[in-house]
Design a protein around this ligand. Structure first.
Ligand code: ZN
Length: 646
């Protein structure tokens, strides 16, 4: 960690104009922000009610009534404001800003004199503040408020919301810590750590960073806080599934530095690891960094879906054991993949190692995009890799798997989380150092990027991921030079960097092509990343004997609409070539045509469940589309993994 950490760029100074991403990124301002505003105001017919703004109005004393919704309902508004902050950074919108300012006025009014801010406890259990850290989500909610306020401040320059969360953070500093008289505890759902660190970065208030460090250091040390808290008189079990509470669920069964494998609730884990990475850097804590590397390697090497999904169990939304990656009953929450991307970009910025970006890209191009419909109006919370819609029944082990995206959720963490991620894509595209510019993702944009005391202009033009040629221009290169680092993705072959019609000189370091610039430059990076079959480690029982088809960062899938019913009858012939064709579907994609076989049903009679009929196979041609776009043409079966013909 002797090198300085790279930082993300100012989102006000980047314009994304990309053939692949713009349609998603633009959804944030055009569809998602207005839609979520309506959802929070309970104006979407047929959607789960939110009552989020009413909760604040009641807490502020503007209206009377009861709190409605989850204990963390306040985070809906926080994540909405965070997306608004990012969106306003990219696109000024005075009407939206006015609406957001009114919401912030309401939040400030709901905040109590001592800084406390959580409508559930203010309205419903005012005497039980900080007494249910295990399930009450006060610190989780506080963390999202902090992240939102930082984004809003950075997007608009306005300080009111920032001041609200500073007051809240000051209260947390007075309430929690190792000193005598403070509560010696840590959050039941990690998130406040990330929020406090962001707040430290914009305010420079070291005590916020120290409190985040305290929460991480105290976690899992000595007697488990939650098990003790749950025995206190008056403790209320909020979530029925947590009645028999296991500390592994919240990664609090042992100190974080002693954790070797990702365990428990995946979103909690990913948010915690993200904070651990930043704290490891800020305190130059090698032991903490080693834990981050171990946990990352465990996830990516043994517990991650090919789509960048994490959290294999539908029960408790959690990691299970190494290589347990079922395709049709998994959880793989959209938020968990976002958390993985957050963890990955932090590790990449600290280590300058492109391998982390390979996973960030995997999560963003597959699970995160699949989480939202192309029209921006419905969302997946759970991201299966195989769906048989009739089978996703209530009161079964697949109840959580929804075969179609939902308009809104009672627990609406994922939609606004996707919105804030799309609205802040700029932070993933580039990373900047003192005299280094790192290009992580190939997304067309124009940006002005601060490197130390100078500012350079960068531009990327590409039709990636469907074409593998990327033009990168850097202007205003400083007089004493700089380094341009361009990622070499793990799937890229025959990687070339050209400038002025000649091969450019570069060296390779941790998966980046490093070019020394002494003047303005335009380079063209090209590589091959044809559609190809991949297989899973044979220890992944669910995928054994199967193949998936990928093209660059995109994982493909088969849908019923293209390939008929019962996708389990299909085999792919991986010895045959995969044909790529341009298609107008979904705003323009490369569709893949695969050769394979289908098991015949002709010998089987209705009602005959078992029989000695021989296996009959007929030739079929199969069509695959990017997993990111599945279920945008109505409900039907879908699968990523297909049996391989041998
Ligand atoms: Zn979620």
């Amino acid at each position: 960690m002797e090198q300085q950490k790279l930082h993300s760029i100012d989102l006000k100074k980047i314009r994304i104009k990309d053939s692949f991403w713009s349609k998603h990124v633009n959804l944030v301002k055009d569809e998602i922000i207005p839609y979520q505003w309506d959802a929070m105001n309970d104006r979407i017919p047929g959607a789960e009610p939110s009552h989020c703004l009413d909760n604040f109005a009641i807490a502020a004393g503007r209206q009377t009534g009861e709190h409605y919704g989850a204990v963390f309902q306040d985070t809906d508004i926080a994540k909405w404001l965070e997306a608004v902050g990012f969106s306003l950074a990219a696109n000024a919108d005075s009407k939206l800003e006015e609406t957001a300012d009114e919401v912030i006025d309401l939040i400030a009014e709901a905040q109590q004199d001592d800084g406390y801010l959580d409508t559930y406890f203010i309205i419903k259990e005012p005497n039980r503040k900080w007494k249910n850290l295990c399930e009450g989500h006060e610190l989780y909610t506080a963390g999202h408020m902090m992240e939102a306020a930082v984004a809003y401040y950075q997007g608009t320059g306005k300080e009111k919301f920032l001041n609200v969360v500073k007051k809240l953070a000051d209260l947390l500093c007075e309430t929690f810590g190792e000193e005598e008289g403070k509560i010696h505890a840590y959050p039941g759902h990690q998130e406040v750590e990330v929020g406090l660190i962001k707040l430290y970065y914009v305010t420079g208030e070291r005590r916020y960073l120290d409190l985040a460090k305290y929460f991480i250091d105290a976690r899992g040390v000595g007697e488990n806080y939650f098990l003790r808290e749950r025995k206190e008189p008056g403790y209320r079990n909020i979530f029925p599934e947590l009645v028999d509470y296991q500390p592994t669920y919240s990664q609090s069964d042992r100190p974080v530095r002693e954790q070797n494998a990702a365990e428990g609730h995946a979103v909690r884990a990913a948010y915690m690891y993200s904070a651990m990475a930043e704290l490891a850097y800020e305190y130059q804590d090698q032991e903490l960094m080693d834990a981050c590397v171990r946990l990352w390697n465990n996830i990516v090497g043994k517990q991650m879906y090919i789509t960048g999904g994490i959290g294999a169990s539908g029960i408790l939304e959690r990691f299970t054991t190494d290589y347990d990656l079922p395709n049709d009953c998994n959880y793989s929450e959209s938020c968990a993949s976002i958390g993985l991307a957050m963890f990955g970009i932090r590790m990449a910025n600290i280590t300058r190692d492109a391998a982390y970006i390979d996973t960030v890209e995997r999560a963003l191009y597959n699970t995160v995009l699949a989480g939202i419909a192309l029209d921006g109006k419905s969302f997946f919370y759970v991201n299966p890799l195989e769906v048989w819609p009739d089978n996703c029944m209530e009161r079964t082990s697949k109840e959580h798997v929804k075969p179609v995206r939902q308009k809104w959720f009672g627990v609406a963490c994922c939609p606004p989380n996707i919105a804030r991620t799309l609205a802040s894509m700029g932070q993933y595209i580039y990373s900047a150092g003192e005299a280094e510019l790192y290009v992580n993702l190939f997304i067309s944009n124009e940006a002005e990027i601060d490197l130390g005391s100078v500012s350079v202009q960068a531009e990327i033009n590409t039709k990636f991921p469907f074409e593998n040629e990327v033009e990168i221009t850097v202007n205003h290169v400083p007089l004493d030079g700089m380094t341009l680092a361009v990622r070499i993705p793990q799937y890229a072959r025959n990687y070339q960097v050209m400038t002025d019609g000649k091969a450019a000189a570069y060296c390779v370091e941790k998966g980046y092509a490093l070019l020394t610039l002494d003047k303005d430059i335009r380079i063209t990076v090209s590589f091959e990343a044809p559609a190809e079959y991949v297989r899973a480690n044979p220890n992944v029982r669910a995928d054994c004997g199967k193949a998936a088809v990928v093209r660059g960062p995109l994982v493909y899938c088969l849908e019923e609409i293209d390939n008929g019913k019962n996708l389990s009858e299909l085999y792919v012939d991986t010895s045959r070539e995969i044909e790529e064709t341009d298609s107008e579907l979904f705003g323009g994609i490369k569709k893949l045509t695969l050769k394979g076989k289908r098991i015949g049903e002709a010998d089987w009679n209705e009602g005959e469940l078992y029989g000695r009929h021989p296996l009959t196979l007929t030739d079929v041609t199969l069509q695959a589309i990017p997993y990111a776009y599945w279920n945008n043409r109505g409900m039907g079966e879908m699968t990523v993994w297909v049996r391989e013909l041998v």
